[in-house]
Ligand binder design. Structure first.
Ligand code: IMP
Ligand code: MG
Length: 181
């Protein structure tokens, strides 16, 4: 792939992601047995992980998308702006939020609270990656693909300035890719 030339190292390979998504998908199917959860994927980074997970959740599930961003340059840390809201009614629904990476935890914690306030019955979190060392709010994802060190990563949905999302693995960029940005 053309983006590969910018990658310093591969952190999680495509095979490792696929194998882990299969394990998590089966675990999710077991935990939600008899239920019909709504998977809510946060745009845009979680789309490849959602697609991988879906193959392994053998339940009557639906999925929908939300797009949120943090308010930049304000004091109200943790506040998020909803750019695209759900099209599905969530009252009484069991929701599984699907995220690419949980970093400080602010985004997912705020979305979780918002959905519970709007009447969701339960909200759990599945994330491909977790950076526990960066956490500023007390939140633990229910399903974690891989824990990673405090290092900026790209690929499998994750971007740097909207690039590198299409790489089929998770990697770290060469230092020169950040220069002048
Ligand atoms: P949080 O609110 O700090 O947990 O932010 C999580 C969001 O920040 C993720 O959904 C990503 O969109 C983005 N993010 C955090 N760390 C990385 C990274 O290493 N690479 C790419 N995006 C990241
Ligand atoms: Mg994200």
């Amino acid at each position: 792939m053309w983006e590969e030339k910018d990658i310093k190292k591969v952190l999680v390979s495509e095979d490792e992601i696929k194998a882990r998504a299969a394990v998590l998908g089966k675990q999710i199917a077991q935990d939600y047995q008899g239920k019909s959860p709504l998977l809510v994927a946060l745009l845009r980074g979680s789309v490849p992980f959602l697609a991988e997970l879906l193959k392994h959740i053998d339940l009557d599930i639906q999925y929908d998308f939300m797009d949120v961003s943090s308010y930049e340059g304000t004091e109200s840390i943790g506040d998020i702006k909803i750019i695209k809201d759900l099209d599905t009614s969530i009252i009484g629904m069991d929701i599984l939020l699907v995220e690419d990476i949980v970093d400080t935890g602010r985004t997912i914690e705020t979305v979780k609270k918002t959905l519970l306030n709007k009447g969701a019955k339960s909200v759990k979190v599945a994330t491909l990656l977790d950076k526990p060392s960066r956490r500023v709010v007390d939140m633990k994802a229910d399903y974690v693909g891989f824990a990673v060190e405090n290092e900026f990563v790209v690929g499998f949905g994750m971007d740097f300035n909207q690039r590198y999302r299409c790489l089929p693995y998770v990697g770290v960029l060469k230092d020169e890719c950040y220069q002048g940005k």
